[in-house]
Ligand binder design. Sequence first.
Ligand SMILES: [Zn+2]
Length: 106
Amino acid sequence: MAGARTNTRRMHRLRDEFFDDGRRYDDDPATRQLSVCWICKGRIDYTAGAGTTPDSHHLDHRLPVSTHPELQEDPDNFEHAHKACNQERGTAAPTAGLGEEMPPWW
Ligand SMILES: [Zn+2]
């Protein structure tokens, strides 16, 4: 099977299109709620290039690629997110982030 989780040209184009969608929604107050960060519900800075600042746009996958590689290029699985929020979320990483680990019996 050809490369799961590779940065294909198709994925690159989908990312660009998704960013443009979000920017269009953000331009219009009537649709703005469709373009906010799905993690913190805050407004994303569409004037910055995608991924260039913490408040800039990132394409996030609602169902993580690590568990659903077949949905990596499925636009129905895309969500708008802040770069910072997406990175903090990671792939199902705990958000408390103080390094404590769950005991194995949890
Ligand atoms: Zn956010």
